[in-house]
Design a protein around this ligand. Structure first.
Ligand SMILES: C[S@@+](CC[C@H](N)C(=O)[O-])C[C@H]1O[C@@H](n2cnc3c(N)ncnc32)[C@H](O)[C@@H]1O
Length: 298
């Protein structure tokens, strides 16, 4: 694993160090530099792999949306467990896939020959050459990109794209929604959302999904297409496929809520562990009630 900035063994070590907080492992470097507050342990890698399967069901098994006749080079920003990058490398064996992540801990051990995983901070200016990639993929980075970095992050992405290249971005807006009024501010799901957003608002823009279209068009990209899809948290949908996705989410929602918010709520908002556990448990119970129309906008 290399980083354009990591000239020394000491710096590599810095990226490898972890700390344990309330039973979960975090990258020490990210926590100390307030870059990313999510865990980087085996449990999180498994959760991201499971989440990839949910995305595959939502997106009809499509990894790539734009029409790219010949895919030669792809960049995956914040590859996490590598699930998406691995899928692309396997599906397109002639394509060179590069993944970048601040944390190497969740990277898979065995990767195909056409996949390279690197360690770097995407908040720093990209060092990749200009006009290089056919596609840049950036998924669920709102909790990692600094709130003031978004314009220059997208400018960097555009710079490294070949003329005619594409960017594919997906963000979840973690403020639980309900368009029929069945979720109120008193529900634990909504309280979880407001605590989580407050815990990160000094560093991160969790509303970035709603600004994405303007940011992309403002950076000179043309043919910008944006879409909001509700990610159901329980089985309320009339559509059988979305109901099925909601049902499996409703059984596992505590994993998502715990892993995202454990550090932010306990370490940054100073919520007690007992109150945190009770909040997540209550939210999990609510998600099992399929009469509540709860979703995260995707
Ligand atoms: C929520 S996970 C999403 C992983 C993957 N994109 C996916 O959709 O499954 C966020 C990932 O971004 C990485 N990350 C967060 N901030 C980053 C940064 N500033 N630079 C590089 N990687 C970052 C984290 O280490 C983590 O692996």
């Amino acid at each position: 694993m290399t980083s354009p900035d990591s000239q020394t063994i000491e710096l590599d070590g810095e990226y490898l160090d972890t700390i344990t907080v309330h039973g979960r492992e975090y990258q020490k470097y990210s926590i100390e530099h307030r870059i990313y507050f999510g865990p980087v342990d085996e449990e999180e890698a498994q959760r991201l792999d499971d989440q990839e399967r949910v995305f595959q069901r939502i997106f009809d098994s499509r990894l790539i949306f734009p029409p790219i006749p010949r895919l030669r080079r792809v960049l995956d920003c914040g590859h996490g467990s590598g699930a998406w990058a691995l899928g692309v490398a396997e599906q397109y064996p002639d394509c060179e896939v590069t993944g970048v992540d601040i944390a190497p801990q969740m990277s898979p051990d065995d990767v195909p020959e056409n996949l390279w995983l690197q360690v770097d901070d995407l908040n720093r200016t990209f060092t990749f050459p200009s006009n290089h990639f056919d596609l840049v993929h950036s998924r669920l980075l709102a909790t990692g990109i600094h709130r003031a970095r978004w314009s220059s992050y997208i400018r960097d992405i555009v710079r490294v794209l070949k003329p005619g290249g594409w960017v594919q971005m997906i963000e979840i807006y973690f403020n639980v929604q309900s368009d029929n009024g069945s979720i109120t501010d008193q529900h634990a799901l909504r309280r979880w959302s407001s605590h989580y957003m407050r815990a990160l608002e000094d560093r991160k823009d969790l509303r970035i999904g709603s600004r994405m279209r303007n940011l992309l068009t403002g950076s000179g990209l043309v043919e910008v297409d944006t879409k909001m899809i509700p990610l159901p948290l329980s089985a309320w949908s009339n559509d059988p496929r979305m109901r099925d996705i909601g049902r499996s989410n409703s059984d596992n929602i505590h994993q998502l809520l715990r892993s995202l918010a454990l550090y932010p709520l306990i370490q940054r908002l100073h919520m007690s562990v007992e109150n945190f556990d009770a909040l997540v448990e209550e939210a999990q119970q609510e998600a099992r009630d399929h009469s509540l129309k709860a979703y995260f906008p995707l």
